[in-house]
Write a protein that binds this ligand. Structure first.
Ligand SMILES: Cc1cc2nc3c(=O)[nH]c(=O)nc-3n(C[C@H](O)[C@H](O)[C@H](O)COP(=O)(O)OP(=O)(O)OC[C@H]3O[C@@H](n4cnc5c(N)ncnc54)[C@H](O)[C@@H]3O)c2cc1C
Length: 452
């Protein structure tokens, strides 16, 4: 059955919301994107995107999709002076199994998160049938006879339940703090089941000016912890504007401090001094900011016994990952394509939610296993313990990881999984399995020994 596709509403103006709005504009006569923050004319941080002040890596699959939805986006980012980092050719990468040789494998454009959203938003603003309602927040859902029929929306800073805004489809893209569980309960739906696996990971980040003439033969650093005892990771990546973003991470409540001396001490305590030595005398451009809402969180909407028709939940609001592995934005981009495919495949909006949620969760399973599998290496992780299966898998991943340090083909396959261009199961293909079973990897001993 084909129903009217007059008006769609997207709640949340971060990446999932922006990409959803882009897709829906192809399928509905009008789209309204509601974001509680006000968007500034210039490139600046906003409160609803606090994570933007921390390292954000968009893997190649995510960028490919963004380019598909906004042709020319990559050129625009390059024109904004965004550096390119070949992974790991341009990096010093200390894995839990030792240093990784600097093979050429993937390419990353290392823009700040604010620049990415700003560029996408500017492109989206040119969409004729899109209205952006910034500075407004959604306070609840309107529903009738088992279907969502719109939202209640009010201007930020005002009180009350808000004005009704009717729609043929509503998408919640409000991130981890999504109120959908409470909104559904208010409509009489059962409590939403959720899985929370919390590594108690904290970030602290700061940007620095890249010292003039700095040329040590690498562009980026990634110094990983060695679980289960080592808890500290550090990363340094170049960004537009000739600066570095430095993020420090600690698992199991080993949170990096957000004052100068403690931040540097934490950097010094990483498994290699190279990051500390780079920033010790560099000029900080910002204060140090912290972030701790990093748990893996899955809301099991696909398993709800009853669900209101014409209502979807997407992005971090549906499934959020420990961000250390850089997967959330690429999963969001893939979900936008899933939304497009679902809308093209079936004209019946009443059937859309089940199909969409199932497909998105299926796509998120690989990233979920990657993130939680790593987090469960730590006894301090809350919400679950590593079972026999996870421990065996992790032992195999350790083997592949150390092989990837010295074998360019295994390195490619490993990065394909991280970059979400291949599922984790691809690490069990004969090419990798055979090498893992027979090779005796000998990781390089130090950063001077990394060029293949
Ligand atoms: C510290 C950190 C580092 C990260 N690093 C990476 C990385 O390296 N690579 C990567 O791929 N991903 C990373 N992520 C994940 C990434 O930020 C998210 O996956 C991505 O932003 C998509 O999320 P989203 O759009 O679903 O939700 P969010 O980004 O959380 O955005 C939700 C939006 O909804 C708005 N909103 C909330 N409630 C309302 C309401 N009631 N009405 C209107 N608007 C509302 C908010 O203001 C916000 O703009 C990181 C996350 C964190 C926290």
């Amino acid at each position: 059955m084909t129903q009217p596709r007059e008006h769609a509403v997207v709640i949340g103006g971060s990446l999932m919301g922006l990409l959803s709005a882009r897709i829906l504009a192809d399928h509905f006569s009008r789209v309204t994107l509601i974001e509680r923050d006000r968007f500034a004319e210039t490139l600046e941080s906003r409160p609803g995107l606090g994570q933007a002040r921390h390292l954000h890596v968009l893997w190649s699959r995510g960028l490919e999709i963004a380019e598909q939805l906004f042709p020319g986006l990559e050129d625009e980012l390059r024109a904004a002076d965004v550096p390119e980092v070949r992974v790991p050719a341009d990096m010093l990468w200390l894995t839990s199994a030792g240093w990784r040789r600097r093979f050429a494998s993937a390419r990353l454009l290392t823009f700040s998160r604010d620049l990415l959203d700003w560029t996408v938003r500017a492109r989206l603003a040119k969409t004729q049938n899109l209205r952006v309602l910034a500075g407004h927040e959604v306070t609840g859902l309107l529903a009738d006879a088992g279907a969502v029929t719109g939202v209640e929306v009010r201007e930020r800073g005002t009180t009350g339940s808000g004005e009704p805004l009717t729609a043929d489809l509503v998408v919640d893209a409000t991130g981890r703090s999504s109120k959908t569980p409470a909104w559904l309960e208010r409509l009489g739906y059962p409590a939403v089941r959720q899985t929370l696996i919390d590594p108690l990971l904290g970030y602290a980040s700061r940007t620095y000016a890249i010292p003039s003439g700095f040329d040590p033969g690498w562009k980026a650093l990634y110094l990983q912890a060695d679980p289960p005892h080592g808890t500290r990771t550090g990363a340094l990546f170049p960004q537009e504007g000739g600066r570095w973003i430095v993020s420090l991470f600690g698992v199991g409540e080993d949170y990096p401090p957000n004052e100068d001396e403690g931040f540097l001490e934490f950097a010094k305590s990483l498994r290699s001094p190279v990051l500390y030595e780079a920033i010790r005398d560099a000029e900080p451009l910002t204060s140090i900011v912290s972030y701790r809402r990093t748990a893996n969180l899955r809301r099991h909407y696909e398993r709800m016994p009853a669900w209101p028709r014409r209502f979807l939940v997407a992005g971090d609001a549906l499934c959020a990952f420990n961000p250390l592995y850089g997967q959330g934005m690429t999963v969001a981009a893939k979900s936008a394509l899933t939304l497009d495919a679902c809308l093209r495949a079936d004209g019946d909006l009443d059937r859309l939610a089940r199909r969409f949620h199932r497909k998105v969760i299926k796509n998120a399973t690989g990233p979920w296993l990657v993130a939680t599998g790593e987090d469960l290496r730590y006894d301090t992780t809350r919400g679950a313990a590593a079972g026999v299966r996870t421990r065996i898998l992790n032992r195999y991943v350790d083997r592949v990881q150390s092989l990837a340090n010295v074998d360019p083909r295994v390195c490619d396959r490993f990065i394909d999984v991280l970059a979400l261009t291949a599922p984790p199961q691809s690490l069990f293909l004969p090419e990798v399995l055979w090498r893992a079973a027979t090779a005796r990897p000998r990781p390089p001993t130090g950063p001077d020994d990394l060029v293949p």
